[in-house]
Design a protein around this ligand. Structure first.
Ligand code: AMP
Length: 432
């Protein structure tokens, strides 16, 4: 029986994995510039955590969680999103009693039982940030600008920011009534889920992807007309701050997002390069979540980027700019060995060079000079070192620079000198 990867999961192989590393390294670098530090929380948590924070009426909680009972009878869930775990961890470690805002980022797998398609998986990876402890509209703008800075430093040109405000709980309550009134006459045209939502949580209808419901969105009143003075002021100050940072954006009054805890600002970044699943990043403000989880009142702002989608876009950027090398991790040195003595020496040489930081490859299986030489150029090695019987006799290796084929002898066993040759400074001296 052939065992395959589970539906909605996939293996990430070289060379794609190198794009992932680039995305992760760039994220770490950019986030550090804004004072964010990494947090790593467990991949499974008690099911209650997500029911109480993500929201008992969200698609994530009602349809998409990987929930199971462990051997002691506890209900646990593979995390479908990062925010609840980060907030729980910060509370548990007592970090939210400090005066200063806490800035965290995480990178890791999330799990949702969704219908898999391009850009949508059951195990996917998110890069997320949480700023805990600031209510200031500048914090919203700063964090959104950081997401865009990350996309632009990865060369992703068409990342478009949309913002909205969902107000605070009271604004939403009045909006809910208005929304329900506007949609009740169209109840029959809503999908069965949304017919139920119309009575329990009509805001969720704005997030429904079923075409009939999506079309009805046009009939929905704008939530921006139902904001209280404070929420309206917050929204306009966020816009001012974005303008001050030269961040282009559009306002989308239908943007509510699929999680229950958002207050005031919500936002999404989309890219045309992604096709149907075009959302690259989503997030917003969640001023009530920490307190609802038993913590001190802590206004907060965060986002999550879909790393799979970001890598997909990056792939397109990279393809457009340059062809990938046949072997994506070019070695500094490829050692070609001939005969048993040559092999023994190559084995030791590889260790000596690697311990000096020189990326070194050799193929213990091959005895064929031509094959080894073509492998050396296929994998983009900058130098080859040839070690055969005559080299061992002469106590010198043949060092060949691949860019121009120039070859010279280097004294055997002089690893420091060889390292200098193949790293810096060796370029001019070879063959001189
Ligand atoms: P959310 O946590 O739902 O706000 O989603 C944030 C981002 O995660 C989205 O904009 C997507 O880029 C990404 N994302 C969400 N669900 C999936 C999925 N099933 N597969 C791949 N990426 C996803």
């Amino acid at each position: 029986m052939e065992i395959k990867a589970s539906k909605g999961t996939r293996d990430i192989l070289p060379p794609e994995v190198e794009d992932w590393q680039l995305v992760e390294e760039t994220s770490r670098r950019i986030f550090a510039l804004y004072g964010f530090r990494e947090i790593r929380t467990p991949i499974f948590e008690s099911t209650d955590l997500f029911v109480k924070s993500t929201g008992s009426d969200t698609d994530i909680v009602t349809k998409e969680m990987y929930t199971f009972t462990d051997r002691a009878g506890r209900s646990v869930t593979l995390r479908p999103e990062g925010t609840p775990g980060v907030v729980r961890a910060a509370l548990e470690a007592g970090l939210l009693r400090r005066l200063e805002a806490e800035r965290f980022y995480y990178i890791g797998p999330m799990f949702r039982y969704e219908r898999p398609q391009k850009g949508r998986y059951r195990q996917f990876s998110q890069i997320g940030v949480e700023l805990l402890g600031s209510a200031h509209p500048a914090a919203d703008a700063e964090v959104m600008e950081m997401a865009l800075a990350l996309f632009s430093s990865l060369g992703i040109g068409d990342a478009r920011l949309q913002i909205n405000s969902v107000g605070h709980a009271e604004c939403r309550a009045t909006y809910r009534v208005a929304l329900r009134e506007a949609l009740v006459p169209h109840r029959d045209r809503l999908c069965p889920d949304c017919q139920r939502r119309l009575d329990v949580n009509p805001l969720r209808i704005l997030d429904c992807k079923v075409p009939g419901c999506a079309a009805l969105k046009e009939k929905a009143p704008s939530i921006l007309d139902h904001l209280c003075d404070d929420c309206r002021t917050h929204m306009s100050r966020v816009q001012e701050a974005l303008r001050a940072l030269d961040v282009p954006f559009t306002i989308n009054p239908r943007l509510v997002r699929g999680l229950d805890y958002y207050t005031r600002t919500t936002f999404e970044v989309a890219s045309g390069g992604l096709g149907a699943q075009n959302a690259l990043c989503g997030g917003g403000r969640y001023d009530d979540l920490v307190a609802s989880m038993g913590g001190p009142p802590t206004p907060a702002f965060g986002f999550a980027i879909g790393a799979d989608r970001l890598v997909m876009l990056l792939g397109a950027v990279v393809e457009g700019q340059r062809a990938r090398p046949a072997c994506p991790s070019p070695a500094d040195v490829y050692i070609v060995h001939l005969g048993q003595a040559g092999f023994d020496e190559a084995f030791r040489a590889a260790r000596a060079l690697r311990s000096r930081g020189v990326a070194t490859l050799f193929d213990p299986e091959s005895r064929d000079l031509k094959k080894q030489m073509s492998r050396a150029s296929a994998c983009g090695a900058r130098y080859t070192i040839i070690i055969g019987d005559s080299e061992i006799e002469r106590r010198a290796y043949a060092l060949k620079r691949m860019s121009d084929g120039i070859q010279k002898d280097v004294a055997a066993g002089q690893w420091d000198e060889i390292t200098r040759e193949v790293t810096h400074g060796g370029q001019q001296r070879v063959g001189a």
